[in-house]
Each structure stands twice: as structure tokens, then as C-alpha cells.
Design a protein around this ligand. Sequence first.
Ligand SMILES: C[S@@+](CC[C@H](N)C(=O)[O-])C[C@H]1O[C@@H](n2cnc3c(N)ncnc32)[C@H](O)[C@@H]1O
Length: 361
Amino acid sequence: MTRHSPQVSKSQINEVLNSAGGVVRACTENATVGVEGGVFYHDPVMLHGCLQGLRLEGGSELNEACEIIADGTFVDCTLGGGGHSYAIATRLSAAGTLHAFDRDDDAVQFASRRLAGVAPRFVVHPVAFAQLGSEIPADSLDGVLYDLGISSHQVDDSGRGFTFVGNNPLDLRMDRREDVSAQEWLRTVSADDLAYALRKNADMDRAFKLATRIVEVAAATAKEGCEILPSHIKEAVESVFPDKRRDANSLMARVFQAVRMEVNGELGQIETSIRAAVDCLKVGGRLVIMSYHSVEDRCVKDVCAEFEKACVCPEHLPVCMCGGNHQRLRKVNRKPILPTEEEIAINSRARSAKLRVYERI
Ligand SMILES: C[S@@+](CC[C@H](N)C(=O)[O-])C[C@H]1O[C@@H](n2cnc3c(N)ncnc32)[C@H](O)[C@@H]1O
């Protein structure tokens, strides 16, 4: 059974923020609260690396000069439980501003309460971060942070349908205002398109065979009038990978990742938003991005690489005709920064994180 959260109105959200002088922009009338007892478990990953990248803390190769932009304007594109936002807010002066984006109502609700009274000027944008360019003016930001993927809360709350533990119906939507849940998508997608998603989003082998089984299972559950459960997906995985029973959990995790990325349009969101972020940053502003798996990381690297090129001429031209002055980003760290063993021991979610920092030039 899907658990339904109590409804909360836009005016209630505004009430939380207004008490701290904050604003919620473009919030829907029917945002929902799903955070029971105020619990939203999520430890911010590589917190100090992110703050150094944004130049809100000194130290490391990311901020050797120990420059602190306390009066700056920053965007946290992935508010979640507000761990990174809280730390940013506490480092800003009264002249500093923090904007935060999240398309998940639970995150907006919880983090708005957490930050009430902390951030001097705090603006929440309860929309997808691909809308950055329409919400924030060009050349206005000192730093933009992305902590990609999903929060521990989204996974731990079994009613959200993000996990295969507990056998709740698949949902996987970050934004529950969106019409198409994972179940609905799996009932309409072709085996070819699902196979493409499994390969592209999770580098899966035997993708067509697996996709065909999953599509059959989705059709059978629809015929029986029942919901698609993780146990149905597991049957499909086990029938296609009978030789890999010991890897069943990691195969399931990859299927869930691939479907989730499609349902939420994740790669398109990242690409659109990074392009907008480059426009929104001032010269010298920083882009700080944490990714959690190779497909996400490749997308970040490829989009940023376009902005690192000075020459944008077609490759076949023998000489540069474009003026060679198109570079808009430079890498601050040559290799991605990884979490320490100590952090991984405390927070296992950090184990696959990669932190990349770029500067607008
Ligand atoms: C890893 S969590 C962020 C955790 C946060 N940094 C913290 O310390 O609590 C990622 C958050 O980003 C949100 N998110 C992911 N993609 C998004 C998108 N395209 N637009 C808006 N929010 C997004 C998710 O809903 C989730 O709450």
C-alpha cells in the first residue's frame, strides 16, 4: 500500500519560511508533508570539500588562498535534508543570500523548517533544478552546488517506492506532482526503449532480455489488477541472470537506478541545469558537483568539457575560425576528490561520491 502523506497548503509553507524572512517561490497548492516526527535522515557528503569549493571555508587545493565569500549569493540545487544548505547558511554574513532548489515536497518542507532562522536571506524554489535559468538572473552567483541523486530519506521511506527492500509498489518519482510513476512508465514502455534505458543509465548486460521479461511482468500485473512490486522485478532479474544469484541485490539496484533516472529525466535535468549555471555564475564563481555513479559523472564531465574548450570550430577545419576565446569554465581540481576512509566508515552512502569543482572564467 502506498502511504499517503497529509496535505499542507502553500500558506503553511510560507508561514514556516516567513518566520525567518524566507520565501517559497512557485510552490504548488498541494505540497505534501511526508516527514514524520521531523525525521529526515541524510548525512551531507564531503561537506568541507563542498564548502571549500564554494569558497566558504579555507584549506585544501580547492581554496588555497582561504578566500571566504561570506557576502555572496549561492544556490544549493539539491536541498534534500538541508545538510549542505545549513552549513552554507551558517557561513554567510547578513548580506549573503542562499537559494535552494528541490522538487521533492518532503525535502522542501523539512529543510525549510531546519533553515528557518539560520539563513539571513533564504529563498526556496520547490521546482526542478533544470529551471535554474528561469529562476535566477545571469551573472549573479558566486557558487552553485549539486549533490546529485536521491537522499537517504527518499530511500528509507518505503512508502516512496524508491527501494526494493520491503516490497512496496514501485514509484520512484522525486516530484509527486508528476503524473508518471515507475509503474505507469513500465506499463507503457517498449522492451526496446527499456533495454536502451538499462544500458544507458546502468551499463547493464543482457538488457534486451531483461527488458522483455520486465515488460511481460508489468503487463501481467496490469491484467491481474495488481501493482508492480520489487518481487516481480526480482523474478525477472533471476530468470535472466540465473548464474548471478549472489549479485541479485546489486542487479536490482541497477534496474531501480535505470528506471528512476528515466522516470525523473535525470540526465536531461543535469545537462540543462549545468548549462544554465554557467550563465548564472559571475566570472570567478564556482560550480561544485558531487556525483554518485559513473553514468552521472560522465554526464557532468561531458557537459563541463564543452565549456572548457577555447575553440569551438568543427574538427575538420585546419585552422581556428571562431576566435578561440570561448572557454567559460576551468577545472579547479584536476582529478575528482573522493571521500576519506573515515567518512565512508561513518556514512556508507559517501563511498561512491566524486567531487568536481569548476570556476567560471
Ligand atoms: C543527495 S540529496 C541532497 C542532500 C542534501 N545535500 C543534504 O545534505 O541533505 C539530492 C536531493 O536533490 C533532489 N533532486 C534531485 N534531482 C533534482 C532535480 N532535477 N531538481 C530538483 N531537485 C532534485 C532530490 O529530491 C533530493 O532531495
